[in-house]
Design a protein around this ligand. Structure first.
Ligand SMILES: [Fe+2]
Ligand SMILES: [Fe+2]
Length: 274
């Protein structure tokens, strides 16, 4: 594996925060909650990174990449989204909302959740990066505002890049562990079910309750929010790309892959957009 580059491939200076066309987005509360929530989740990357670095103590190359490239890039996503949110909604108390999110979410992230083997954890990280790259692909496609479109495109490219690294490390471990497709499938399904549940609920709850002092954000509010998102997901979510990325670690025979992709794409569309 090539040595990791210590510098992120773009920086906050590359984003034209001064040219945001606020009138295109400022009235839309769903965009506010979506972007504020994303900025919180990205900003917690240090937590996941430390757990992963400790778990891969047998692998200096992976540790180096995780600590020097992956973590700084994820944290930069958090800072860039925070800057965008504050440029459009300057009254939002980002720090207070993030502190509330962190208090609620950090205790749920025990490091015992990693594994159960090193290859499976790398495969699980591929699931997470599939989720993030398709999420930002959706934002890029759905954004009514050009600076956000540019920012989402940059973040999405980073997430795809992360996927490729995790996938390469997965293959290295898989050469020794030789896990069956069934074992992999079971783990992938388990991780898919976990993605984007508790963290997005708690992130949006923290943004809402900070922004609307004295009000509570319930599960029912979250369900209503997700139903509104269903429209965007249906129109803009890159389902086929996500399914292909999810299937890749299983290394299916080509014919089976060709049959599975359209089937699972339809299924994913049904599940996610409802
Ligand atoms: Fe990210
Ligand atoms: Fe990522």
């Amino acid at each position: 594996m090539t040595p990791a580059t210590p510098q992120p491939r773009w920086s906050l200076q590359d984003i034209s925060f001064d040219h945001i066309q606020k009138e295109r987005i400022v009235q839309d509360q769903d965009w506010f909650y979506l972007l504020a929530g994303a900025s919180f989740v990205e900003s917690l990357a240090d937590l996941y990174a430390h757990n992963l670095v400790a778990y891969y103590d047998d692998n200096p190359s992976a540790q180096h990449w995780l600590g020097r490239e992956w973590e700084p890039e994820e944290l930069q996503h958090g800072r860039a989204l925070r800057a965008y949110v504050l440029a459009v909604w300057p009254d939002f108390d980002w720090e207070a909302a993030y502190a509330a999110f962190e208090r609620a979410y950090r205790p749920l992230c025990a490091d015992g959740l990693l594994g159960p083997t090193k290859a499976l954890e790398m495969a699980a990280r591929c699931v997470v990066e599939t989720g993030t790259s398709s999420f930002y692909g959706m934002i890029q496609a759905a954004s009514p505002e050009p600076v956000l479109r540019d920012l989402a495109a940059r973040i999405r490219a980073d997430e795809v890049h992360h996927y490729k690294y995790f996938y390469r490390y997965f293959r290295e471990y898989q050469q020794h562990e030789r896990l069956s497709r069934w074992r992999l499938l079971r783990e992938l399904l388990r991780r898919i079910a976990e993605v984007d549940q508790e963290d997005s609920f708690l992130a949006i709850k923290a943004a809402y309750e900070t922004h609307n002092r004295g009000q509570t954000f319930s599960r029912a509010d979250f369900d209503a929010y997700r139903r509104r998102m269903g429209n965007w997901i249906q129109r803009y979510y890159p389902f086929e790309m996500a399914v292909k990325m999810l299937l890749k670690p299983m290394d299916l025979p080509r014919l089976l892959q060709r049959a599975a992709v359209p089937l699972l794409t339809r299924k994913a569309r049904k599940v996610l957009a409802n």
